[in-house]
Every structure is written in C-alpha cells, then in structure tokens.
Design a protein around this ligand. Structure first.
Ligand code: S3P
Length: 469
C-alpha cells in the first residue's frame, strides 16, 4: 500500500489525496515576500529536520544498492525530492510507508537511461552528485534546473568526468542545461580536488563506482565526509589514508556490490543554525534544539559562536546511525566580534550568512576570510549578504573573499530594509532571523525557496515565539 508520498513511474511526486498534477518546485511559484519583526524571548524545544547532505545520499545510495533501504528522519525538502525523482527515473523504486521511506535499488552498475531530462530544481548537491553517478554509464542523461542552478559552475565536476571518458554537451561555461554521455567502459583516475568541495569529491567517488579498477580522490582540505562514511556502510570497498600534512587519499574499488541499509537521518546542523542564532540575539531566549548532527566536518559554526561568547550547551551526546548527535540548549548571549579562522570555512561553509547576522549583534568587528566558495552557492552569497546588511543599516565591508561586519548589540538603527534573496534559501532565512532582534522590521522579497531545505522553518520559528509573517 502506498503511504503519504509516492514517486510515480514518470518521476512525478504525489501525496495522498493529491491530483495527478506534479507537486512542482517552488521556483515556478510567484514570489512570496515575508517580514520578521522584534520578538519577545524565544522559548521551547524543537526537533530539527533531517540533514540535507545525508538525505540526498540516502536516496542516491539506497536507489543504487541491491535490495531494500529503509530511511527514517529524511528531509522532505524540495531539493531531496528532486534527487528521489531522478533516482526513480533511472530505475529505483521509492515509496513512503508511514514514516519510513522504502527504496528498492537497481544494483550497482544497473541504472537505466532516463527517458526525460532530470530536473534538480535549486539543488547543486543533487545535480553534481548525480552527474558523477550517471555520467560514466553508456547512456545519455540530461540535467536541468532553476534559474539559480543554471548560473552555477559545473566544470568542477565535468573536468574529472571528461578525464574518465565522459562526453559533455553543455551550455556556455559548462552550465546547465547539459547532457552527459558515458563511454562503454570508464577509465579510473587519480584526481586532486582543486577547491574545498564535498560535492566534487563525492561526484568522482560515485563515478568510480561504475568504473573498473581503483579511482582515487586526493583531498588536501577535508570537507564533509558523509559520502565516504555512507558508502562504507553500504558495503563499498572504500579506504582513506591521511598524509602527515592532513591531505586525504580516498580510494574506491569500482564495480563492487552495494547492499541496502536501514538509516535514521540525524537533524541538519545547517538548519539548526537559524533558530540557534535567533535565540542568541533575541533577549531572554532559552531554547533546546534536539537531535543535531555533530559530525566535526559540520560543526564549525558552533565552535565559532562559542568563541564569540555564545551560551550553547551540548547535551546528551550520543551515536545515532554511525554519526555523533546531540541536543543544543541555547540562551540569549552577549556576543563579541572575533577573527574567524579561514581554515574553518569548509566545516561551516553554508553558515556564513547566518553568522553574519550573529555578527550584526556582536560587540566590535567580526572578520571572516577564505570565503571564495560563497560566490558560487545558490547565489553569490558574499554579495547577497553584504547588500542585505547594508539595506538594514549594518556596517560591513565586502572584500573579494572576505567580509567584515561591525555589530550593534542593542540592535538600534538596524532593520527597515528589503532583502533580495536571489532564489537562495539561506539568504532568506538569515535575514528573517535579523528582523527578530532589529529595531525595525526586515522584509525578504521571497520566502518560497525556504522549502528546498527547511519546509518547517516558518512553523517552527513561530512556535518558539518569533514574529514572522
Ligand atoms: C554539500 C557540500 C557543500 C555545501 C552543500 C552541500 C554536500 O557544497 O555547500 O550545501 O552535501 O556535499 P560544496 O561541495 O560546493 O562546498
């Protein structure tokens, strides 16, 4: 029996009682402005939705593995559902039964040619990982996405794939829409990743799954390691050696067997960062965020905020599904500006927009450097943050890869502006958080994209006491 959701054979996503109409990505919807304003203390306990990176990988590895994969706690954001649709279009069977997503995978090496373009909407992770996964198959796969994804560079994934024998037909500058055509037999490579990117690392490892011999990724700067850990969990022959200088050499033996697993997805620390910063800057707040993933490749924001004086208690640290998980008790705090070590950037790359909001209420200056990767996210996040801060009376200086923010702990004079979100969910959520402690309300031009990563954001924040319309 079908449960709440069903990804049908044509790759369309339906919920119970839904018509046959596709539940489309919100990028096609009309912009939905939203305003937040000065709030009383935030209080209560929330359970944060599943981690986005792990959820993408659940659909990908579960869809590829032999046998059944059962997933609880999956993030049901639009980005993830698009990855599920793409896996289904290549032969995986995906259903939701009660609270459990149940996947029957194709078996490694057995993906089918999709009969229509794969639409990844807003999701760089979905698109780039799936290019690696499907690219080495001797079939044609076409990738499309929304206006934001279409602007993002894909060469970083296409270059190593070309070395493996994949033919690429792409729009100018290696952008979407693009079509991949794999060789009869792909060639294994050893590839040094030129930028700190878990997406690039993962795409090559996934390409290696369908390639004879050993594919090696050399990673000079460690990024989130969910692909390595989860592939090992699914039974892939994957080993990691680390040099004395910290460079990681990740080897994967191609064409092995993956076996379906049971996975409980922990809460997303990148989503937790929004209520966390909201509580730190809203006077009198005391909230608990439960079930947060504490993998050290993801917790740079907690370390940084603690260095700024944040009162964050890490409670009930435990292991869940091979990952560290904890509850976070967060109380309103007097924050101080700091110099954020640039080498920490990979472990908090998605959290700089909301860190800039925390910095807006800190005493003195917060200096953030090593932010070049922020320019190629769902928007140019460095520019989007700087323009949003300026529009709301926050003093800041934008460098080529740096940002300096001068805070106003009392929030006086802050707010009153409208922020251009550029189809970027994290810009939208960050500036709604700013409005909770600013003197004047803050408006964002569109809140639709929040559903890509954190569909419960509005309800959860309002439940804690946030004034958001
Ligand atoms: C992700 C990697 C990061 C991050 C993204 C998720 C992943 O991107 O920004 O939100 O799941 O691998 P980069 O690899 O481009 O840094």
């Amino acid at each position: 029996m079908l449960g709440d959701y069903h990804l049908d054979q044509s790759g369309h996503f339906t919920a119970p009682n839904a018509t046959s109409e596709k539940s489309t990505m919100s990028h096609s919807a009309l912009p939905k402005p939203s305003t937040s304003s000065l709030s009383e203390k935030l209080e209560g306990s929330i359970r944060i939705p599943g981690d986005k990176s792990i959820s993408h990988r659940c659909f990908i590895f579960g869809g590829l593995a032999s046998g059944e994969t059962r997933i609880t706690g999956l993030l049901e954001g639009e980005d993830i559902l698009n990855t599920g649709r793409a896996m289904q279009a290549m032969g995986a069977k995906i259903d939701k039964q009660g609270d459990v997503w149940v996947i029957q995978g194709t078996g490694n090496g057995c993906l089918l040619e999709p009969d229509q373009p794969l639409d990844f909407g807003n999701a760089g992770t979905g698109a780039r990982l799936m290019m690696g996964l499907a690219g080495t198959y001797n079939m044609k796969t076409t990738f499309i996405g929304d206006a934001s994804l279409t602007k993002r560079p894909m060469g970083r994934v296409l270059d190593p794939l070309r070395q493996m024998g994949v033919q690429v037909d792409a729009a100018e500058g290696d952008r979407l829409p693009l079509t991949l055509h794999g060789p009869q037999t792909a060639a294994p490579i050893s590839y040094r990743v030129p930028m700190a990117s878990a997406q690039v690392k993962s795409a090559i490892l996934l390409a290696g799954l369908n390639t004879p011999g050993i594919t090696t990724v050399i990673e000079p700067v460690m990024t989130r390691d969910h692909t390595e850990k989860m592939l090992q969990g699914f039974g892939a022959e994957l080993t990691v050696e680390t040099d004395s200088d910290g460079t990681r050499h990740i080897h994967i033996v191609g064409q092995g067997k993956l076996t379906g697993q049971n996975i409980d997805v922990p809460g997303d620390p990148s989503s937790a960062a929004f209520p966390l910063v909201a509580a730190l800057i809203t006077k009198g707040s005391d909230i608990t965020i439960r079930n947060v993933l504490m993998n050290p490749t993801r917790t740079g924001i907690i370390t940084t905020l603690q260095e700024m004086g944040a009162n964050i208690e890490i409670l009930d640290q435990r292991l869940a599904g091979g990952e560290d998980v904890a509850d976070l008790r967060v109380r309103y705090s007097h924050l101080k500006g700091i110099i954020v070590p640039p080498e920490r950037a990979p472990s908090m790359i998605d959290e700089y927009p909301v860190l800039a909001i925390a910095a807006s209420f800190a005493e003195g200056e917060t200096i953030m450097d090593g932010l070049d990767e922020l320019r190629v996210k769902e928007s140019d996040r460095l520019a989007a943050v700087a323009r949003g801060l300026e529009a709301n009376g926050v003093e800041c200086v934008e460098g080529e890869m740096s940002l300096i923010v001068r805070g106003r702990p009392d929030g006086k004079g802050l707010g009153g502006g409208t922020v251009a979100t550029h189809l970027d969910h994290r810009i939208a959520m960050s500036f709604l958080v700013l409005g909770l402690a600013a003197e004047k309300p803050v408006t964002i031009d569109d809140g639709n994209m929040i559903a890509t990563s954190f569909p419960e954001f509005f309800d959860m924040m309002k439940g804690l006491g946030a004034n958001i319309d």
